[in-house]
Design a binder for this molecule. Structure first.
Ligand SMILES: *Cc1c(COP(=O)(O)O)cnc(C)c1O
Length: 369
């Protein structure tokens, strides 16, 4: 097949050499211990705690239940300030806890919550803020912490996009009352499916443990109405393998991002993602924002042109979660002009560790033509 005919997807999951995974799961055959906090689970918890620079961690079956149960463990009631420029999971996790999402606008350069707009949305029913680190851009954690302290609000970060990132040298999972990560196959770091909640407070940890394991305290004592969201040993084993190469993967992603930047930067009507100060980023996504009036083509036209060459870029995030059918007439979409604009202009281009620079050039040639 000619290189120019090759299909390119927006991402490609990182996987270890098959022998490495086989070696890792061999012990499972010896022990017959497939799930329920086995040795792979314990080892991965310890390794991730140190890699992420967090005090405590609870691994989960996926990122969504990490968030849904983290909110539940805080026993919240009322309204939660969040943003609609995110994946379905964030808003659904709030609603599924019987909480009401109140949509705040985002900052145009990072897509993260605009702290200057939070306080106007606070009422006597507000209990928490759920900010989202978007594309690996991190939220203004200092401003958010200040607001939360003054109004006595909990902060739970959706850090699904931010694996391995640091702000001023501090692991991004260590911010807020809790931060959640997703280890889904499409993310920078995967355990096939998986996720984690990072936190400091031991009591919160006990509540969370109950939720992810049927509220079971010990063999004869059930103290909570919990569900089931445990990570199994096969996923933990994949996580151990992938953790060995994640720094390498991020370095390769950085090269991809650099090539895109070199080719697209300075083109009239194209805006690239902001580079944030004091942040070690993970290059999770490569979003490009098209201003149709200046660029001459809309985001949708660019997407179609790429699709014509079997290159799949993604409108991420579009639509806003506040515009989902299931929330029409149910939730107040709020005033979020910047989020609406970003959702109409964004296209995330393919990026993954083994995407070749030649392929990136081909993608850029199509865009620039
Ligand atoms: C992927 C993702 C989630 C959900 O994670 P899963 O592991 O797929 O359940 C939540 N929030 C955001 C922003 C995500 O991108």
């Amino acid at each position: 097949m000619k290189n120019s005919d090759k299909k390119i997807l927006v991402t490609r999951s990182s996987i270890p050499p098959v022998d490495e995974y086989m070696e890792e799961i061999k012990e499972i055959w010896d022990s017959h211990w497939l799930t329920n906090f086995g040795s792979k689970h314990r080892e991965l918890s310890e390794k991730l705690k140190s890699y992420l620079g967090v005090e405590r961690i609870q691994l989960t079956v996926n990122g969504h239940l990490a968030l849904e149960y983290a909110l539940s463990a805080l026993k919240l009631e009322g309204e939660v300030i969040t943003t609609p420029f995110t994946f379905a999971s964030t808003t659904h996790a709030i609603v599924r806890n019987g909480l009401i999402p109140v949509f705040c606008d985002v900052l145009p350069d990072t897509g993260t919550i605009d702290p200057s707009k939070i306080e106007d949305l606070i009422t006597d029913r507000t209990c928490a803020i759920v900010p989202v680190h978007v594309y690996g851009n991190i939220c203004d954690t200092e401003a958010i912490e200040d607001i939360a302290k003054r109004h006595n609000l909990k902060v739970i970060y959706d850090a699904a996009h931010a694996f391995g990132e640091t702000y001023k040298g501090k692991g991004i999972g260590s911010f807020g009352d809790a931060s959640i990560f997703s280890f889904h196959a499409t993310k920078v770091y995967n355990t096939i499916e998986g996720g984690a909640v990072c936190f400091d407070d031991e009591e919160f940890g006990r509540a969370l443990y109950g939720l992810i394991n049927f509220g079971i305290r010990n063999a004869e004592t059930v103290t909570g109405v919990g569900g089931n969201a445990k990570m199994n040993e096969f996923c933990a084993a994949m996580g151990l393998c992938n953790l060995r190469r994640v720094d390498d993967d991020i370095a390769k992603r950085e090269k991809c991002a650099g090539r895109y930047r070199k080719r697209l930067e300075g083109t009239a009507g194209i805006r690239l993602n902001t580079v944030q100060k004091d942040v070690r980023t993970n290059y999770a996504y490569f979003p490009v924002f098209f201003d149709p009036k200046v660029f001459g083509k809309s985001r949708d036209e660019v997407k179609d042109a790429l699709a014509g060459h079997d290159i799949l870029a993604r409108k991420y995030f579009y639509p806003l979660t506040s515009e989902f059918d299931c929330y029409k007439g149910v939730l107040d979409p709020g005033e979020t002009p910047e989020a609406i604009k970003l959702a109409s202009e964004v296209l995330t281009l393919p990026i993954y560790p083994d995407l070749s620079l030649e392929d990136i050039d081909r993608i850029c040639d199509i865009i620039l033509e």
